[in-house]
Write a protein that binds this ligand. Structure first.
Ligand code: ATP
Ligand code: MG
Length: 555
């Protein structure tokens, strides 16, 4: 691959390397809070942080930013590790937990108190907000701001011991209540939360805020470039203030634009609602934009990495068309997925002039895009299934599929012509009577005869009954959040379950996670709900590339 031009973060890193800012080191981290499953936005951050470490022969830590006991848990820690590995990245022995630094963070807070730079405040959370002022008005100083160092040390220690009620006291940095940046108006460093922590148990009654904790985590791990999303740009001044006051190692915080996707939400809070309130079947529901959901749906790590790469790194947030993600998986699977025939909505075809007990096995190529993919055998016999909508009794002019008196090609097999239609008492078509041309073996003839339509089919005697799950976007609107209540925009048709689909017998040995192209129907993956008796497939994506179309139109 040709080297891509450096993005703005890489430019900063290259300058730092030239100037030897961090002794030639490049050390990044991916710092998820374990309060939900990772989503495609996190994939961007993962690829960026681990990718930069790879590119500059540096290191990247996996660090759980587990400083809030209320919503965090082991399930999310495990899932995130699986996701990062699956995407193809390796943190080696550098798995860290912010909660392991609690003691050190506490010591640093004591140092700030001793320097007269932090104080214990008795204002309630509401009062703190009120005293904070606005962008146009300065804030008001807390009446507790001028407590003595001794008093602060004493109260802070007692906060730690659990002597005070939740919400009754905080530890705050003493900076400037008139600072133009609101984050500098005596921000809270610790609050009292009397809940056990999933790793620390009941050891702590006070927990650090993001602003206080994150810069310390980065500093302790000697991170060189701390990459975060844009909403933290206004917090950088505080990040640096804390580290400067403590006089400890200071990484460089760099902000980049968040990735958003159309027709979905990417916020753990909102995704949690979808899971908890049963709008989807768990965090790995194939409709979810989580990495676990995309994996289960059948997406490949290569497709996700390619997608992230194409969205680029910029200084502004972006909303990316979902069609681009689909385009990336199509491109990847077109090269790698074996082709098979599965009929989703079957109608029976009886080939009158084909002997009752005869079976022929045709050779079928597995993947025309990959000469090494080999071939497989598919059985043909007197009764087969085709798609119901590949037949029309009274077709319009340009209908090139099967109709009374018309001839079509059965992929890899024979030409057939429709002779008759069998209906039930309600007039529904239940069976098609056809004849085949023995001179069209393999799906072609010597006489130059033209057949426009090629249909996929399966042998009725040999096929497997399978279930197929089709998906649409989880939301009906490009921006589900444009209304106050995003739940109103949930797509009621996001899942369609098709039972009684008929698959060619070669699929018998398919395993959970295997991916295929069902001819003319899209790319599919075997779902984990499959049993010994029944395979279940998720449609990953259809074959119609809307992204390529959009691109062509723009040219
Ligand atoms: P959410 O809003 O989904 O909860 P978050 O930022 O609170 O996201 P964290 O677990 O704190 O989630 O994020 C871990 C890392 O992933 C952070 O560095 C964060 O900036 C980054 N990240 C999260 N969402 C996105 C996104 N949509 N695009 C790019 N990076 C993201
Ligand atoms: Mg967060």
């Amino acid at each position: 691959m040709p080297d891509k031009p450096a993005n703005f973060i890489e430019e900063i890193i290259e300058r730092d390397l030239e100037e030897n800012t961090y002794n030639g080191r490049v050390h990044t981290r991916f710092p998820p809070e374990p309060n939900g499953y990772l989503h495609i936005g996190h994939a961007k951050s993962i690829c960026l942080n681990f990718g930069i470490a790879e590119k500059y022969r540096g290191k990247c830590n996996l660090r759980f930013d587990d400083t809030n006991p209320l919503k965090e848990g082991e399930e999310f820690v495990k899932a995130a590790q699986e996701d990062v590995k699956w995407l193809g990245f390796d943190w080696e022995d550098r798995l860290y937990f912010a909660s392991d630094y609690f003691e050190q963070m506490y010591e640093y807070a004591v140092q700030l108190i001793k320097k007269g730079k932090a104080y214990v405040c008795d204002l309630t959370p509401d009062q703190i907000r009120e005293y904070r002022g606005t962008l146009t008005e300065p804030g008001k100083e807390s009446p507790y701001r001028n407590r003595t160092i001794e008093e602060n040390l004493n109260l802070f220690e007692r906060m730690r011991k659990g002597e005070f009620e939740e919400g009754s006291k905080t530890l705050r940095a003493k900076i400037d209540m008139a600072h133009p940046n609101l984050n500098m108006r005596d921000p809270v460093m610790y609050r009292i939360i009397k809940k056990p922590h999933y790793r620390q148990g009941e050891k702590w009654y006070i927990y650090p805020t993001y602003d206080w904790a994150h810069c310390l985590e980065d500093s302790i791990e000697l991170i060189t470039h701390s990459l975060c999303t844009l909403e933290f740009a206004d917090h950088r001044i505080l990040y640096e203030w804390f580290l400067d006051q403590l006089g400890i190692y200071k990484p460089k915080q760099i902000e980049f634009g968040r990735l958003n996707l159309t027709y979905t939400v990417l916020s753990k809070r909102k995704l949690t609602i979808l899971v908890k309130e049963g709008y989807v079947n768990g965090w790995d529901d194939p409709r979810m934009p989580t990495i676990a959901g995309l994996r289960r749906r059948g997406y490949t790590p290569a497709a996700i990495r390619d997608f992230v790469e194409r969205t680029g790194v910029s200084r502004t947030d972006s909303v990316v068309d979902y069609a681009l993600l689909e385009h990336c998986v199509r491109e990847d699977l077109n090269k790698t997925a074996n082709r098979v025939m599965v009929v989703l909505d079957p109608i029976k075809v009886v080939i009158e002039n084909y002997p009752e007990d005869k079976v022929e096995w045709f050779n079928a190529e597995n993947n025309p895009e990959d000469k090494n993919a080999g071939t497989r055998k598919i059985p043909f016999c007197r009764e087969i299934y085709i798609e119901r909508d590949d037949f029309m009794e009274n077709p319009p002019k340009k209908f090139f599929r099967l109709a009374p008196g018309k001839e079509v090609r059965l992929k890899h097999a024979y030409y057939i012509t429709c002779k008759d239609v069998k209906k039930d008492e309600n007039g529904n078509i239940v069976e098609l009577i056809c004849t085949y041309d023995p001179d069209s073996k393999g799906g072609w003839t010597n006489d130059g005869r033209k057949v426009k339509g090629t249909l996929h089919w399966v042998s009725a005697k040999h096929c497997l009954d399978v279930e197929v799950r089709l998906y649409e976007h989880l939301f009906t609107k490009e921006d589900p959040e444009e209304d106050d209540d995003f739940l109103k925009n949930i797509n009621p048709n996001s899942l369609t379950v098709l039972n009684g689909c008929k698959a060619e017998p070669s699929l018998q040995d398919a395993k959970v996670g295997d991916r295929f192209q069902f001819l003319r129907k899209g790319y599919f993956a075997v779902d984990k709900d499959s049993t010994e008796d029944k395979l279940i497939f998720n449609r990953i994506v259809t074959l119609k590339d809307t992204w390529a179309k959009i691109q062509a139109k723009d040219k």
